[in-house]
Design a protein around this ligand. Structure first.
Ligand SMILES: *[C@@H]1O[C@H](CO)[C@@H](O)[C@H](O)[C@H]1NC(C)=O
Ligand SMILES: *[C@@H]1O[C@H](CO)[C@@H](O)[C@H](O)[C@H]1NC(C)=O
Ligand SMILES: *[C@@H]1O[C@H](CO)[C@@H](O)[C@H](O)[C@H]1NC(C)=O
Ligand SMILES: *[C@@H]1O[C@H](CO)[C@@H](O)[C@H](O)[C@H]1NC(C)=O
Length: 453
C-alpha cells in the first residue's frame, strides 16, 4: 500500500489554514499599490486641478520643474515595472490558492464519504472495548483493534485492524488469561492441549502471543523427499510434552492401550496406512486412481483433506503430483508435526472454521471418517456449503466413509447433499463392520461434483 499522503493529501491538511492568510496579505498589498497609483496619478495625470495644500515652488523655475517632471516620470516608470511584477506574482498566487482550494475540497469529500476517518476507536465501538474489560494489557494488545494510518479506510474498510480472534474466546476469559500468561520475548508455556481445547470450544482463531514456542532439543533434519513421505520421523524432531506417549513406538502401539484413541493406527506407516486408497473395492472403499480418472488427466492438481490424520491421503496424492493441504487437530497425538515431517502441508484448524480458501479455487476436497453424524445437522450443512464454495466448478468432493444410522441416511444426509447442490457421480452405502456393534450403523462414500453452470 502507498503512503497516506497520496490518498487524503495530508499535506493539504497542514496547509489548510494558509489560503486565508495569503488572501489577507494580498489584500494589504493591493491596497498599498492602489494608494501609490492614486498618488502618482494625482501628481502626474493631465488636467489635474492643483490642490490647495500642494507644496508648489513659489517662483517659476522651468529647469527645476523639468527635473521634477523627469524624476516623476522615472518614478512612474519604476512603478509600472513594479505593478507588472506584482501582477505576475498575483497570478502565481491565484494558481496556488486554486490548487489548495481543490485539495481542500477533495479532503472534505473524503471525510464526508468516510465519516469515521480519524475518529478514535472508543468513539466508534465502545461495546467491543467493554468486551475486553478486565483483560490483561497483553491480552488486550493481542485481541484489541489497532489504529491504521490515515488513508487506509477505503482499502481495509475500517480505521482499525482487528486481530482475527474467535468470538467465543471472550466467553472463556479465565482460560484466555491463562493462555496469555507468559514472559514477553521468552519461551511460551507448553500448552498445546490446553490451547486446542480452547480452540474446540470456539476460541478459533486464537490470539497471537509474543513468546517463542519450545523447540525440540537436538532437532533432526527432515528426511529428504520422496523418502520422507513414508518415513517415521526421528523422535527428537517433535516436542512430546503434552502426550503420554514419548516416542513413535509408543504412538504406534496406542491401539493396544486402554481407552479410545483417535486415528489409532495412523502413525504406523508400515501398517494399514501403506495400503489406504490403493484398492478400489467397488463398494465404499474408493481407490485414488479411479477417482482421479473421473476428470481429464492432470486437471485435479490442488485440494484439501479435512481431518486427514497423519497425512497419508496427501502423500498418495503427492505421488500423483496433486498438492493436498491436510487439516488436522492434535488429538491424542502430534498429528500436525507428523504430517509436516513427511513433507506435507498441515493446517491446525477445527472443522468449525470457515475454510481459509477463496471460492472456486480447489480441484478436490476429501474427508474420511471426520464429517459424520456427530456433527450437528445445521453445522454440517454449513460445512457442505463451504466445501461447495471453495471447490471450482467441476471440482470433486470425495466424502469418504461418512458414518450415520441407517434411518438418518435417507431422511437427513441424502436430502442435505441434494439441497447444497452437489451432483452425485458415485455413491455407495454399506454397514459398518470394523467396530461391528450396532447393525444400524451405516457408512456411505460419495463422489460429489460441483456442477458447472
Ligand atoms: C529630462 O530628461 C531628458 C531625457 O530623458 C533630458 O534630455 C533632459 O535634459 C532632462 N531635463 C532635466 C532638466 O534634467
Ligand atoms: C517409548 O516410550 C515408552 C513409554 O512412553 C517407553 O516405555 C519405551 O521404552 C520407549 N521406547 C523407546 C524406544 O524409547
Ligand atoms: C509427476 O511429475 C513429474 C515431473 O513433472 C513426472 O516426471 C511424473 O511422471 C509425474 N507423475 C505422475 C504420476 O503423473
Ligand atoms: C435409502 O433409499 C434407497 C433408495 O431410495 C434405498 O435403496 C435404500 O435401501 C435406503 N437406505 C436405507 C438405509 O434406508
Amino acid at each position: 500500500m502507498g503512503s497516506a499522503d497520496d490518498e487524503y493529501g495530508v499535506s493539504s491538511i497542514r496547509k489548510s489554514s494558509q489560503p486565508s492568510q495569503t488572501k489577507f496579505k494580498l489584500k494589504i498589498l493591493i491596497l498599498v499599490i492602489l494608494t501609490n497609483l492614486v498618488t502618482i496619478y494625482i501628481f502626474t495625470g493631465p488636467n489635474v486641478p492643483i490642490p490647495q495644500n500642494l507644496n508648489l515652488p513659489l517662483y517659476w523655475d522651468n529647469s527645476k520643474l523639468l527635473r521634477e517632471l523627469n524624476a516623476t516620470k522615472r518614478e512612474l516608470a519604476n512603478s509600472r515595472t513594479q505593478i507588472s511584477d506584482l501582477q505576475e506574482h498575483l497570478k502565481a498566487t491565484n494558481i496556488l490558492s486554486k490548487s489548495l482550494q481543490e485539495q481542500l475540497t477533495e479532503f472534505k469529500e473524503a471525510i464526508d464519504e468516510h465519516p469515521l476517518s480519524g475518529v478514535s476507536f472508543t468513539q466508534i465501538n465502545p461495546s467491543y472495548n467493554e468486551l475486553l474489560n478486565g483483560l490483561s494489557p497483553e491480552a488486550k494488545r493481542a485481541m484489541g483493534p489497532h489504529k491504521l494510518p490515515l488513508g487506509y479506510y477505503s482499502r481495509v474498510g475500517s480505521d482499525e485492524l482487528y486481530p482475527s480472534v474467535g468470538g467465543a474466546c471472550l466467553k472463556y476469559k479465565d482460560e484466555l488469561e491463562e493462555f496469555m500468561k507468559y514472559e514477553v520475548g521468552g519461551e511460551c508455556p507448553v500448552d498445546d492441549v490446553f490451547a486446542q481445547k480452547l480452540m474446540m470450544k470456539g476460541c478459533e482463531p486464537m490470539p497471537r502471543r509474543r513468546c517463542h514456542p519450545k523447540s525440540p532439543r537436538n532437532y533432526a533434519d527432515p528426511t529428504p523427499l520422496p523418502e520422507s513421505l513414508w518415513s517415521t520421523p526421528s523422535d527428537t524432531s517433535i516436542i512430546w510434552d503434552p502426550y503420554s506417549c514419548k516416542n513413535y513406538s509408543c504412538l504406534n502401539n496406542r491401539r493396544n492401550m486402554p481407552g479410545y484413541f483417535d486415528c489409532n493406527d495412523c502413525f504406523d506407516l508400515k501398517g494399514r496406512e501403506k495400503t489406504r486408497w490403493l484398492v478400489d473395492n467397488g463398494g465404499i472403499d474408493f481407490g485414488i486412481d479411479k477417482v482421479l480418472k473421473v476428470k481429464p488427466p492432470g486437471t485435479i492438481r490442488i485440494g484439501l483433506d479435512i481431518g486427514g490424520g497423519s497425512g497419508t491421503f496427501a502423500a498418495r496424492m503427492k505421488e500423483r503430483n496433486v498438492t493436498i493441504v491436510t487439516t488436522s487437530m492434535n488429538l491424542d497425538g502430534p498429528f500436525n508435526s507428523f504430517i509436516a515431517s513427511r513433507g506435507l502441508i498441515s493446517m491446525h484448524v477445527t472443522v468449525s472454521q470457515r475454510l481459509p480458501f477463496f471460492e472456486n479455487t480447489l480441484d478436490i476436497v476429501h474427508s474420511m471418517h471426520v464429517l459424520s453424524n456427530w456433527i450437528p445437522d445445521e453445522m454440517l450443512e454449513l460445512t457442505f456449503y463451504d466445501i461447495y464454495r471453495v471447490l471450482r466448478p467441476g471440482g470433486i468432493f470425495w466424502l469418504d466413509h461418512f458414518f450415520c444410522f441407517g434411518s438418518q441416511l435417507n431422511t437427513t444426509y441424502v436430502p442435505m447433499i441434494d439441497r447444497v447442490g452437489f451432483k452425485k457421480l458415485r455413491w455407495s452405502t454399506g454397514m459398518k463392520v470394523d467396530r461391528g456393534i450396532d447393525k444400524n450403523e451405516w457408512y456411505f462414500s460419495a463422489l460429489l461434483e460441483k456442477p458447472k453452470l
